[in-house]
Design a protein around this ligand. Structure first.
Ligand SMILES: O=C(O)c1cccc(C(=O)CC[C@H]2O[C@@H](n3cnc4c(=O)[nH]cnc43)[C@H](O)[C@@H]2O)c1
Length: 245
């Protein structure tokens, strides 16, 4: 990037949020396998939205969503969708395979000091806040859409990790510490970047696996990608038609 291009990106970063609304929804997913089924439905149904594949993990997601927001007109909102691992919390309230989950907050779950008993947070004066609030008003709109469409879904806090938790012990630690519903690897970064640009964000995921001792044979990755693609397309359709009214 030339110095001039870099200055343009910086200028864009600081001006975003003032007068660059183009009312297009940005649909974000971490991987091609999550985005592809969504794009198929979106093109078949002529659903207007922008899309971004952020890449896997909090660093890739933070960089790519920030890059996108610097280089494009400001979206009306970001729908961050994908798959997730469900924590085995209380048997009655836990999410099950292919369940839809709607995020209240996102936690940077493994940012801190790693001990045998789990990760302990650094002082906020050193590391900043590890929790990101997601937009309440937007969540309420999505909740209504899911109900009107007849979907069963769960709501709660999501946890973002750099490494997939592959033991029951680790899952229990994270679930207990954050009262987490499920974990993923990008949500908190997308939420933090959107907060910086004053863009509302909502996050929904379908459960592809349980967070327990690793057993890839029990994962339902492709099915979860299909479920969340279909539901995300419905949400964007309804949000777009709300905007037209
Ligand atoms: O471990 C493997 O071999 C493997 C094969 C296919 C996919 C994966 C993933 O870990 C997908 C990570 C991707 O999906 C989200 N995700 C889904 N389940 C979890 C989880 O239990 N813990 C953390 N992230 C999960 C995540 O957002 C990634 O983008 C692995």
């Amino acid at each position: 990037m030339t110095e001039q291009e870099s200055d343009q990106v910086t200028a864009r970063f600081f001006s975003a949020g003032k007068n660059e609304l183009d009312n297009m929804i940005l649909a974000a997913a971490a991987t091609e396998i999550e985005m592809l089924p969504f794009k198929t439905i979106a093109s078949r149904n002529k659903i207007a939205c922008d899309t971004i594949i952020t890449g896997v993990g909090p660093v890739a997601a933070a960089i790519e969503i920030t890059r996108w927001l610097c280089e494009h007109s400001r979206p009306s909102l970001v729908l961050n969708f994908g798959v997730a691992g469900a924590y085995l919390g209380d048997a009655l309230s836990r999410a099950r395979l292919l369940d839809i989950c709607l995020a209240h907050r996102e936690w940077f779950g493994d940012l801190g000091i790693c001990t045998d008993r789990g990760t302990v947070p650094l002082d906020t004066s050193i590391a900043g806040e590890i929790v990101c609030e997601l937009d309440r008003g937007l969540r309420e709109r999505v909740r209504k859409i899911l109900k009107l469409r007849g979907h069963r879904f769960l709501e709660g806090d999501f946890v973002t990790v750099s490494g997939v938790s592959a033991t029951n012990k680790r899952g229990k630690q994270l679930q207990g510490r954050f009262n987490g519903l499920c974990e993923n690897m990008e949500g908190a970064s997308v939420a933090r970047a959107c907060e910086t640009f004053a863009v509302p964000v909502v996050e929904i995921r379908a459960v592809s696996n349980y967070v327990t001792d690793r057993d890839l044979s029990s994962w339902k990755l492709a099915e979860a990608c299909s479920v969340i693609a279909r539901v995300s397309a419905e949400i964007i359709t309804d949000l777009n038609s709300d905007e037209e009214k």
